[in-house]
Write a protein that binds this ligand. Sequence first.
Ligand code: AMP
Length: 486
Amino acid sequence: MNATLPWDDDKPHEECGVFGVWNGGDAAALTALGLHALQHRGQEAAGIVSLDEGGRFHAHKGLGLVGDNFGEAKVIASLRGSAAVGHNRYATTGETALRNVQPLYADFEFGGFAVAHNGNLTNAHALKRALVRRGCLFQSTTDSEVFIHLIAISLYSTVLDRLIDALKQVQGAYSLVALHDGALIGARDPLGVRPLVLGRLANGGYVLASETCALDIVGAEFVRDIEAGEIVVINDEGVRSVKPFGRHAGRFCIFEYIYFARPDSVMEGTPVYETRKRIGAELARESGVPADVVVPVPDSGVPAAMGYAAEAGIPFELGIIRNHYVGRTFIEPTDQIRHLGVKLKHSANRPMLEGRRVVLVDDSIVRGTTSRKIVEMVRHAGAKEVHMRISSPPTTHSCYYGIDTPERAELMAAKHDVAEMARIIGADSLAFISLDGLYRALGQPGRDAAKPGFCDACFTGDYAIPLTDWQDNADRQLSLLQPAGQ
Ligand code: AMP
């Protein structure tokens, strides 16, 4: 993520995809497929560690896409064994060193251990400092290595007890998969901020994955979501569940539904695609405007625009065409390239826009770069009016839990009210879905401030997990834009 520590600008914090398999036949091949389905969660690097029947581990990691690294049969063949864990790393502007590519592997007295995680620890730096003082030598800058050292120094004897010992010391949002000679392990943080699901293969083997779309691609049947704070230990005896943190009401990341997850995934029992359509319908009810056509900003705005159009009774058209061979503009490091990136990625479908009153639907405004360019492009193509509708509330706060958002000062909605934002992006009108509307689309009566069902810190600043490493900086950031007198 970009909300970096002041002393640490190589941004080791990332959103990612994880996958694990036990008793999967060609485990590495299944893991490569699973990671391919999770490619949207990370494009910077990919890695797989497998475990063969003789208890030996095999690893292959590389920078770039899954296909770039695991496309060759000989690579997959070298990753022998019926168990494996894999990881996709998200591209940030930070260090892209191979040493940071997960899964991380270490030899302990109990044998080999590989771990990969999705999320972000919020006390990793504090723990790291303490560990380095004790003599631990860190080889990477990724948070996952903290798990490795905490497990290494734990005084418990079993692998599971050592892992629990480690997890009790970390704060943050994580979904992890780990592999040792006796089991595949999956774990979610006590609030279950990041996703992790369990699936079963036709041969009786098991799969863990960040999203259900990765179960589908390997033909695994969805069993259930791993619960908030749950650890599952999977081996030939089956699946054992451990809940070392007691029971908490989960705070699953609401932004997964809005943008991050693939639309064909089902998260916590709720299908992402339908949710996005419902958000669009809610948006139309809340802030409908007379128009001739509803146009999504592809791809992420498509389901919400469909929902909006159906609810408003306005034709839906693909008035903007996306070039699929360009990466997400958000990941480009400089503003100049980011501007260019939008032009590379989107083009106007003129006949659908010319002379029309257009409702443009996108999922979020972060820095505002995309919206400004898109509005300009649609006007240039002859639109009579351009009304921007956003299927999330204004993004006013940085995410410290594993979604890549810029620092607060760079978030357009942290600096400007909606009317100003409309003016800056050049739209005739701009509206965001309300927080209650978003919760309604997710099947709740609205947001219960005493007991919110999701992590929505990016829209509310309600950070449910302590921001230990950022505390000074975060306090400053949080107070930065408070209206005077508050
Ligand atoms: P911006 O141009 O900074 O306002 O970015 C907004 C666009 O980036 C929207 O169209 C989103 O689809 C996309 N977006 C939002 N959040 C993220 C994220 N964490 N990573 C990548 N893209 C994102």
